[in-house]
Design a protein around this ligand. Structure first.
Ligand SMILES: O=P(O)(O)OC[C@H]1O[C@H](OP(=O)(O)OP(=O)(O)O)[C@H](O)[C@@H]1O
Ligand SMILES: Nc1nc2[nH]cnc2c(=O)[nH]1
Length: 180
């Protein structure tokens, strides 16, 4: 049976939030050529909207793919790297990591560590959502959209068992069956 969804952040609120984030990034980077790195799959919708609001010269858009939730609603605690970057790509370049949600922080911390190994000129994080209640490792978010409560989130690229990524707004999921 499909679970019940409750609206948390409307399409209009998401658009305003993305706009505010893009304005802050535009102001900070100005004419600096920037590399954007998005984390698949969850961040692909946010990345697509954010980058189209950027006025800074985006010299490259890259994607990495991490997974730690699978079909569950709690992190497995192990972050699998399913797609990495070619070596040396970020060396001496300003890089902005784009993430959909920082929850335990394990995925984002792993991504930051992977990117840092390539010795970028600078590395900052832009996250649409922050769920601080479940943090296991500290993560500094340079550009944050919204803080969300300790509930399971779906929509706007974010899934439950691969469903709901297509929804244009963000919802909390009610009455989820216990994880298998
Ligand atoms: O802070 P954390 O507890 O690590 O959770 C955050 C991560 O969890 C989700 O990815 P998921 O592993 O579900 O993969 P997906 O993006 O492909 O759905 C989400 O897209 C984040 O990348
Ligand atoms: N779908 C979904 N994935 C997540 N990964 C980390 N937190 C969440 C969440 O609240 N919802």
């Amino acid at each position: 049976m499909n679970p019940e969804l409750q609206l948390l952040i409307s399409q209009e609120e998401i658009a305003q939030t993305v706009d505010g984030l893009a304005r802050a990034i535009n102001q900070d980077y100005r004419d600096q050529p920037l590399i954007l790195v998005g984390i698949l799959k969850g961040a692909f919708v946010f990345l697509a909207d954010l980058m189209r609001q950027l006025q800074v010269p985006v010299q490259r858009v890259e994607l990495i793919r991490l997974s730690s939730y699978g079909t569950r609603t709690r992190s497995s605690g192990t972050v699998q790297v399913l797609l990495d970057l070619p070596p040396q790509l970020l060396r001496h370049q300003p890089v902005l990591l784009v993430e959909d949600i920082v929850d335990t922080g394990l995925s984002t911390a792993k991504a930051l560590q992977m990117l840092q190994q390539q010795q970028p000129a600078s590395l900052r994080l832009c996250a649409l959502l922050d769920k601080p209640a479940r943090r296991q490792v500290p993560v500094h978010i340079d550009y944050l959209g919204c803080t969300v409560p300790d509930q399971f989130i779906v929509g706007y690229g974010i899934d439950w068992k691969e469903q709901y990524r297509h929804l244009p707004a963000i919802y909390t999921v009610q009455q989820l069956e216990a994880d298998a």
